[in-house]
Ligand binder design. Structure first.
Ligand code: TXA
Ligand code: MG
Length: 315
């Protein structure tokens, strides 16, 4: 039976209590949620997404007090989390006994966050357990930022989609951990490097990820990919099949293609982040073979956007 879309928190809680899956809205992207303390429910999340079990899941909870039951968060990270949560920041810290290693793919570190969406926060408060929630997309595909995106991809694999409107930020949470006395960014996300630097006096380093780096599971080179080919170009003037492609613009349309999509007419990076995944999905509905885009300026969320674009464009 196809999933139902609605705003019924009691029904969402009931489904989750039965060990089944509900898609939840967050400020970043929609998640595919299940009871983190129910092994079978956790396993069915991997299955529904067709996600390999070596790619661990983020635990979502509603309060700092609850988070500390699941993760031993070092003081330095706690200071940052207190300033951002509820918000688009995920903390990597040693897990407590309660957290099943299936969630962390065997790692002794768990990823945890308090999402900032009124419906989901309320839902988390109604439940007696935290929720695991990866982005609610089939593994490798573009993350969903509306309830309809989730329905389109996973309608037959889940029971309920809690509709919280379009996600405010549009890019996943920033994931940080610690390496001795340094803050490590494991995944660029909706908290920009500039913002993070204002939240700590410790040095910040960025983890370089690649497919053979098991310390950073899931940060695969190819990810967030639409089905049609996405090409990153320096200059739209170099495109020669202009009548048979789409261009995703940022600001002034320097060159007009057959299909033209706009990240942000006023060149607002936050607006571009919000629109990005939806536009990448739109490409797949156009009668074209290739879409073109230019990298954005690396300020604010520009860095996280470019990270997603480079992975989306990997062959
Ligand atoms: O904004 C977000 O973080 C969204 C919303 C739904 O909260 N969630 C999300 O989850 O992006 P997911 O599963 O699509 O991406 C989580 C990333 C994966 O690349 C995974 O490898 C990494 O976090 N991760 C999770 N647990 C980890 C752990 N214990 N150690 C290292 N990496 C971890
Ligand atoms: Mg994901």
């Amino acid at each position: 039976m196809a999933a139902v879309i609605g705003k019924d928190l009691d029904y969402a809680a009931q489904i989750l209590n039965q060990g089944k899956l509900v898609s939840i809205p967050t400020e970043t992207v929609y998640g595919l949620a299940a009871n983190a303390l129910d092994t079978n429910a956790v396993l069915s999340v991997f299955k529904a997404k067709n996600r390999p079990q070596f790619d661990p899941l983020i635990v979502h909870t509603h309060s700092l007090e609850a988070a500390l039951k699941f993760a031993q968060i070092p003081k330095e990270l706690l200071l940052i989390a207190e300033k951002v949560w509820p918000g688009p920041l995920t903390i990597l810290a040693p897990k407590t006994e309660i957290i099943n290693p299936i969630i962390t793919s065997g790692s002794n570190l768990v990823a945890i966050r308090i999402p900032n969406h009124p419906l989901t926060l309320q839902l988390l408060k109604m439940l007696h357990f935290p929720l695991v929630a990866p982005s609610a997309n089939p593994f490798g595909y573009v993350s969903p930022t509306t309830a309809n995106h989730v329905f389109h991809n996973l309608a037959n694999n889940i029971d309920y989609i809690l509709d919280g409107g379009a996600c405010k930020m549009g890019i996943e949470s920033t994931i940080i951990g610690m390496d001795y006395d340094k803050i490590v960014i494991n995944r660029l996300g909706s908290i920009s490097n500039e913002q993070l630097a204002k939240l700590t006096s410790l040095p910040i380093i960025q983890k370089t990820n690649n497919n053979s780096n098991p310390a950073a599971p899931g940060m695969l080179d190819k990810h967030y990919s639409p089905k049609i080919r996405l090409n990153i170009v320096d200059d739209f003037e170099t495109i020669d099949n202009i009548d048979n492609c789409a261009i995703i613009h940022f600001g002034k349309m320097e060159r007009i293609a057959k299909h033209n999509l706009q990240l942000s007419a006023k060149k607002d990076i936050d607006e571009a982040a919000k629109n990005l995944f939806s536009l990448l999905r739109d490409l797949d509905h156009l009668p074209i073979e290739v879409g073109y885009i230019q990298l954005l300026p690396e300020v604010g969320l520009g860095k996280a956007i470019n990270d997603r674009l480079k992975r989306a464009a990997q062959a």
